[in-house]
Design a protein around this ligand. Sequence first.
Ligand code: 5GP
Length: 194
Amino acid sequence: MKKSIEGNNRIAPLIVVSGPSGVGKSTVVARALELNPRLWLSVSVTTRAPRAGEIDGASYSFVSNAQFSQMVESGHMLEWAQYAGNRYGTPSQPVQASRQAGVPVILEIEVQGARQVREQAPDATLVFIAPPSVAELDARLRGRGTEDETALAARLEIAHEELSAMPEFDHVLVNADVSLTATALLELCSDPPE
Ligand code: 5GP
């Protein structure tokens, strides 16, 4: 396990959870947070419209294109990416504050963002959640029913591309069982020993 060191002060781990849309990243992360409420899940900013049941400020911070551009230009994003026609990004300040307070941080983001975090925070641990098979990934994406046909086709194409990024990650967890995957993720989130 890598060590997070800033000056003489140890800062808490930063865990990046990535992988294709539909692989179950959110479910795995939600289960990991239930099992260890001490972890903090970063709230991303997005230009995507809220889905039914999503809460502004909790699921995402939903912003306009202009607001998003302003955050990028003023250097407030740790990373950001364009994904299926919308933009998504991680505000840096809360991530830094949480880590400095000793609270491990989880980012649940797509692959381009994970690459940027690797550049910005080389001590981050990058975890790829993989599907048991490509056929299963397609079935999960279709079964979710949250997108219309055009959006679904775009997400399927991106998901297939994202699978090829797997070797860039520090760890790959195959999500065949949510609780087992969440438990394996928690093992990667524990603070390194003194
Ligand atoms: P969705 O629209 O399904 O909520 O998210 C689409 C994709 O964007 C998912 O792969 C999700 O993990 C990713 N995503 C969510 N927040 C962020 C973020 O802050 N940065 C990046 N790069 N990707 C994100």
